[in-house]
Design a binder for this molecule. Structure first.
Ligand code: TXA
Ligand code: MG
Length: 318
């Protein structure tokens, strides 16, 4: 398969309309999309990524009309969350519309919906004229791509097209919240923080540790995630980076002073938002530079820091 690279939302939407699989930019990370009502195209997403069949896809919508085609019901908590954060880096899980193919939700009776806050994504979704199922546009288990070049490295020859946009301004995936039951729960931390959500949904809880006890609730969280080829290790600061393998190691964090020996590659970020934006990109740069160990500075787990530490830990485990 030849992967077409385009800047045109219209060209990309036509390829999707013809049953193709198309990568597109969002404010969090790049997604790999297909028409939700074409099970063959949805199936092709799983093949291109090598994604386990039991891991449901998020559905991307441009507006409430598209939302009504995939959701059976917008619960009161979902309504509040959507009013506050759509379009934005939030995925809301609600009861699935009976017409939505089960291939999209991996057999679940719920569906995750999101409206990305990105001009190219919005233009693309409007042109598509159908809800678009899209996981992150990486091979399964790999870090999410935040540039079209990274998508190309992961999926060239395996997808029909890549819609070009700039680099994703947030750089980490959306927050996933389950609003299908009586009490809203955060299944994955991301671009909208716990603190922001709590202002709108005071009863919302973090599902920390709920992964093992409740495997069906968020199947994706059981799978290996976000792992670069290099080994990732959490450190409290540059002073904790060992000097011995400096030539093949790298460091990313907020503090850039205090190394015994400076590693081969160092990325010092001005704030949490920049750290989040750079993380997955830095992993990829390091891979290409032959780095074998990446030291990531620990940050307090408040605001975006919660999602950042979640991704760093998953990468370290991988
Ligand atoms: O920012 C994002 O969310 C990006 C962009 C492209 O929108 N997408 C993304 O998709 O990260 P993906 O498939 O890589 O991660 C979606 C997560 C998975 O862990 C999946 O298991 C979970 O959301 N999920 C999706 N639908 C669900 C559902 N109905 N119930 C529980 N978890 C669900
Ligand atoms: Mg993913």
């Amino acid at each position: 398969m030849i992967t077409r690279i385009t800047r045109s939302p219209r060209v990309a939407s036509r390829l999707l309309g013809a049953g193709g699989v198309v990568a597109f930019p969002t404010e969090t990370v790049y997604g790999l999309g297909a028409d939700v009502f074409r099970p063959d195209a949805v199936e092709a997403i799983f093949r291109a990524k090598g994604r386990p069949q039991d891991n449901p896809l998020i559905v991307h919508v441009a507006d409430t009309d598209q939302l009504a085609r995939v959701a059976a019901q917008i619960t009161p908590a979902a309504q509040l969350a959507m009013e506050a954060f759509f379009p934005g880096p939030l995925t809301v899980i609600v009861p699935r519309h009976p017409d939505l193919p089960l291939a999209v939700t991996a057999g679940l009776d719920t569906v995750g919906v999101r409206s990305p806050n990105h001009p190219v994504a919005q233009a693309f979704l409007r042109e598509c004229d159908c809800p678009v199922a899209a996981p992150s546009a990486n091979r399964s288990g790999r870090p999410s791509p935040t540039t079209w070049q990274a998508v190309s490295e992961e999926l060239d020859g395996r997808v029909d097209a890549i819609l070009k946009g700039g680099s994703s301004p947030i750089g980490l995936e959306s927050t996933v919240i389950d609003c299908s039951r009586s009490c809203p729960v955060i299944l994955r931390s991301g671009g909208i923080s716990f603190e922001q959500l709590r202002e709108v949904l005071p009863r919302i809880q973090l599902a920390t540790g709920a992964v093992e006890s409740e495997p069906a609730r968020s199947p994706g969280m059981n799978h290996r995630h976000y792992a670069p080829t290099a080994q990732v290790q959490v450190v409290s600061g540059p002073h904790e980076v060992p000097p011995d393998q400096a030539a093949t190691s790298a460091y990313i964090g907020l503090v850039g002073e205090g190394f015994t020996v400076k590693p081969h590659r160092v990325c010092v970020c001005t704030d949490l938002a920049e750290y989040a934006r750079q993380l997955f990109r830095f992993f990829r740069t390091c891979e290409k530079a032959g780095v074998t160990r990446i030291y990531c500075q620990q940050v307090p787990e408040t605001g975006l820091g919660h999602a950042l530490m979640d991704r760093i830990r998953r990468a370290a485990e991988g």
